[in-house]
Design a protein around this ligand. Structure first.
Ligand SMILES: Cc1ncc(COP(=O)(O)O)c(C=O)c1O
Length: 388
């Protein structure tokens, strides 16, 4: 029988995998099963590894630029998967989505301006605003009666001031796993447009969506939103290739693009590395079948988690609509955040991301990365069940 590429347990020791190497520093012990950093313990697709190996048969590895073919592969993927036609002049290389967030914040606002950030969210959303001397305008995401996280458009409108210049959007959302609907995005887009607020839309998780949900690229919703949005995309999450340090900034508006490009020139991060260009092209051109298998695997793991959570009185769990990140509501255990983290490390032997690191609305939650072999997930849940 062929080896199941998603269920192989691959030993990452001997690499500098952050998730493993930083265990002692973060959790005080190397014996925890690490389920924190958002990369997968699943091999990067063979088509990517083969393309990189093939490129290495040529002995020259000097400066290279992103080829038209690389951008064409990405454009084709987006058109096919998300029904959004990007033009190549809208796109530019970035070494990391977080770096582009910082660059876009500086390009589209001044020091002292306000940036809307929805709490909870991926931690660099906060730090990029603060490190760049802008002010956080926090808006809490809250669960509705069915446990789905929502923003409140009226509450948001009431908080906006003339200093509010940017909305940071995480779509799909890390850590709560929401895939925002067309209606939700439309309402948000309209509000921003009315108030001259630019949208930085981080869509790095856009290919990790579970049926029947569908990712809607923010810039695809309307002409107004196309002109008002900086979209951040890339193959890092989709194909587990964060180590290639490559992503794409998509800015359809010529005006916003000029502002962004001027800022990008000030940091001069160049055009990226040859092996990353090759990897990106191979992933978007030939990774479709691998990606389909991946989504089936992740859906199976999400279902394992759901079945397990139903047997646990003290854990609340709503399956994510996207991402391989489970947002576990641990409030019923009754611990403070510090105790909760200690409990996961000492009693369950698990290294998860504490909810509080995603903002104060994350208090009492833990984020578990389930992009692992199913047997590894089952072992983790068994240990957690016993500890509980
Ligand atoms: C929402 C979101 N944006 C950005 C990143 C990181 O992207 P990059 O490694 O390209 O900076 C992550 C990684 O977890 C993420 O979840």
């Amino acid at each position: 029988m062929a080896l199941d590429p998603y269920n192989s347990r691959i030993d990452r020791s001997g690499t500098n995998a952050e998730k493993y190497v930083l265990r002692r520093k973060l959790f005080g012990t190397e014996s925890v099963q690490p389920m924190w950093v958002a990369d997968m313990d699943i091999a990067t697709p063979a088509c990517v590894l083969e393309a990189v190996a093939e490129r290495l048969t040529h002995p020259l590895l000097g400066y290279e630029i992103m080829s038209d073919a690389s951008y064409a592969a990405q454009i084709g993927w987006f058109e096919h998967r998300h029904g959004f036609s990007m033009e190549s002049e809208w796109l530019s290389y970035s070494p990391s989505v977080v770096a582009s967030i910082g660059c876009a914040i500086r390009a589209l606002s001044d020091e002292g301006d306000e940036v809307i950030v929805m709490d909870p969210v991926y931690p660099p959303f906060y730090s990029m605003v603060k490190e760049n001397g802008r002010l956080l305008l926090l808006h809490p995401l809250r669960q509705d009666g069915e446990g789905r996280y929502r923003f409140d458009i009226d509450e948001l409108r009431a908080r906006i001031t003339p200093k509010t210049k940017i909305l940071m959007l995480c779509s799909p959302h890390n850590p709560v796993g929401r895939v925002w609907s067309r209606e939700e995005l439309g309402a948000l887009g309209e509000l921003c447009y009315e108030h001259g607020i630019r949208i930085i839309s981080d869509e790095i998780h856009c290919d990790l969506v579970y049926a029947p949900h569908r990712h809607i690229p923010t810039a695809s919703i309307s002409d107004a939103l196309r002109e008002n949005t900086v979209m951040l995309i890339g193959p890092g999450k989709t194909f587990n290739m964060a180590g290639f340090s490559i992503s794409t900034v998509c800015i359809p508006s010529a005006e916003l693009r000029a502002l962004y490009e001027a800022e990008r020139m000030r940091v001069h991060w160049g055009e990226g590395a040859v092996l990353s260009h090759v990897a990106l092209e191979a992933a978007y051109r030939n990774g479709g079948e691998w990606h389909m298998g991946l989504m089936e695997h992740l859906a199976r793991n999400a279902a394992i988690l759901e079945r397990w959570a139903k047997t646990q009185e003290k854990i609340g769990y709503h399956p994510p609509e996207a991402t391989y990140l489970a947002w576990l509501d641990c409030r019923a255990i009754g611990f403070g955040d510090r105790e909760l983290r200690e409990f996961f490390v000492r009693k369950a032997g698990l290294g998860l991301s504490p909810g509080l690191s995603f903002g104060k609305e994350g208090s009492g939650f833990m984020r578990l990365n389930f992009a692992v072999a199913s047997s590894a997930l089952e072992e983790a849940l068994e240990r957690l069940g016993r500890a509980l």
